[in-house]
Design a protein around this ligand. Structure first.
Ligand SMILES: [Zn+2]
Length: 563
């Protein structure tokens, strides 16, 4: 794809791979590289490595590797042109016309544009509508706050948005696919009518859906966009696009029940708050938050429904490998009312002592028997052995029973089949096949000494490499592509994975000497192989008494020994 080259490089220059991947994976700096848990296979210790110097990633667990384009394409399940489009937009690079036709606007792109236009429409209407304003002011949501959260208003009309969007050139069919219109026998009409609108964004901050709150008490109180090509509610957390930086910084996330709670929390400075959208927490939510932190604190209503929701959410999130704690409010308060009544400092004080799930279950349990059963079921799900042990001790102390009883009960529960999610997590990718180390070293050294590459590749033969993947990479270098970035563009699939793995390895301290050694070994290996082959042909010639051939082969043998 030579026509992409200049734009590709420009995009790569503008987007740092560590920044990009940090949006998806929680990375820690180790030496020159960054490490985190691989998003492409299940692992407990990080083998996913990102090199800022080389602008590549490579996982030493499953072998996946590549650059920013490969990462986004694999992670978000995009084609190369789609990934190119997304990153070009992010980098502010305009693709040439020919590239545009390749990276043709997909359906997703159309739905995103519709949402963008709809947001503009809703935002224009909010300041003008007196009823919506008085509703929001009563709830302490000032005009500034409305702006900060990009809130809007869907007018009391059957087709105001529809008309606006069609004038913008969108087809009613697409508007319906975006979830913003409903089809009836008479035609299409607006999904959201006479509601305060909260835009729902994906992790990148693109609007992918809306939430609407009725202002005259009509049902349903909250209405969310239906699921669409770009909106899967079990995979979206409201507020995460704003909260992700704080979550990374503070090291934990506050999980709340609804978006009004999240808005209040952010207003009071608790900017790590997120919430699901009209659904309970799912394993996907757990996976999503794990890119940023492993510690979550549940901040739910303290009524009966809230307690039930905490228990369910805790089990799902523990199973996703998160460490879950719970904030418990006094007397039937919810986060919103508590903050408004008691203020920031009181909330901070609660937050500094969140309850463990065991304490929470004991606090809200009816009797020791149900507490024990629920607690042991939860403990059985926890993947962290240390935490598990701690909770077993805690539970036996609190209920004043022998630890042995708790452990026995735990064993019994663990024998029962796990949920779907548990099974899925245990699936691990196979390790990449072992490569002949000498051949790996030579590719590494050629990358490290690009000025020598032409000379050295001329001395070697493709057949000197026994591994076909390494041979493929070598052939490209021998053909003149000796710089790493150029190679990365030319290599695909397994070659790309292996190339990034080799490149991300530590450099040799004295590469010149190592290269001489490796070439000698490669040559020796090749000679041993050729000698063996000659010997068998010589034996063959002896048996057949072909003296002419025998003499010729013996000469070849002598030459080979001398070389
Ligand atoms: Zn991996």
């Amino acid at each position: 794809m030579p026509s992409y080259d200049s734009s590709l490089q420009e995009i790569k220059d503008r987007i740092d791979i560590v920044d990009l991947i940090s949006d998806y994976v929680s990375l820690k700096k180790t030496g020159q590289n960054w490490k985190g848990l691989c998003p492409f296979h299940a692992e407990k210790t990080p083998s996913f490595t990102v090199s800022p110097a080389k602008q590549i990633f490579h996982c030493f667990g499953c072998g996946t590797g590549g650059d920013i384009f490969t990462f986004l394409a694999s992670h978000d399940n995009l084609t190369f042109p789609e990934a190119l489009n997304v990153l070009a937009k992010k980098a502010g690079v305009t693709l040439q016309r020919s590239e545009k036709s390749v990276a043709k606007k997909g359906e997703k792109e159309i739905l995103l544009t519709i949402h963008n236009d709809a947001l503009y429409f809703f935002q224009q209407h909010l300041p003008k509508d007196a009823r919506a304003q008085s509703y929001l002011e009563k709830r302490g949501i000032s005009r500034d706050i409305q702006k900060i959260f990009s809130m809007g208003y869907a007018p009391k009309s059957w087709n105001a948005l529809l008309n606006f969007l069609t004038r913008k050139g969108h087809k009613p069919e697409s508007i319906k696919k975006a979830g913003l219109a409903v089809q009836s026998q008479k035609g299409h009409y607006d999904t959201f009518r006479d509601r305060v609108i909260f835009p729902i964004c994906d992790i990148k901050g693109d609007v992918i859906a809306f939430g609407g709150r009725s202002i005259d008490g009509s049902e349903p109180k909250y209405l969310n966009s239906p699921e669409t090509l770009i909106f899967n509610k079990s995979r979206v957390l409201y507020g995460l696009d704003r909260a992700k930086e704080s979550i990374k910084h503070d090291g934990y996330a506050l999980f709340m029940e609804g978006y009004t709670d999240v808005i209040t929390a952010h207003l009071y400075g608790f900017t790590t708050a997120v919430a699901p959208l009209g659904t309970a927490f799912t394993p996907e939510h757990g996976k999503l938050i794990k890119r940023f932190t492993e510690d979550v604190i549940l901040v739910f209503d303290s009524d009966q429904a809230g307690v039930k929701a905490v228990k369910r959410a805790a089990n799902i999130l523990f199973e996703a490998g998160l460490n879950v704690k719970v904030l418990s409010f006094p007397d039937k308060e919810d986060p919103d009312s508590f903050l408004k009544k008691n203020g920031k400092d009181a909330f901070s004080r609660l937050l500094s002592h969140p309850l463990t799930i065991i304490d929470f279950l004991i606090k809200h349990g009816d009797n020791n028997r149900t507490v024990a059963r629920e607690a042991i079921e939860t403990i059985a799900i926890i993947t962290d052995r240390v935490l598990q042990g701690e909770y077993v001790r805690k539970l036996s102390e609190q209920l004043d029973v022998n630890e042995m009883f708790v452990l026995e009960e735990l064993k019994r529960i663990k024998r029962q089949p796990r949920s779907e999610y548990g099974k899925q997590e245990q699936k691990t990718h196979s390790k990449p096949g072992k490569k002949p180390i000498n051949e790996v070293y030579i590719i590494k050294l050629l990358l490290q000494l690009p000025e020598k590459a032409t000379e050295i590749t001329a001395m070697l033969h493709a057949e000197d490499f026994k591994d076909t993947v390494l041979q493929g990479i070598f052939q490209k270098m021998k053909a003149g592509v000796t710089d790493f970035q150029g190679l990365l563009v030319q290599c695909e699939g397994e070659e790309k994975n292996v190339l990034t793995g080799i490149s991300i390895r530590e450099n040799f301290e004295s590469p010149e000497k190592a290269l001489t050694d490796c070439i000698k070994r490669l040559k020796d290996n090749r000679r041993t192989y050729l000698l063996k082959e000659l010997q068998s042909r010589i034996r063959d010639a002896e048996q057949k008494k072909n003296l002419e051939l025998l003499r010729q082969l013996q000469l070849e043998q002598q030459d080979l020994m001398k070389s």
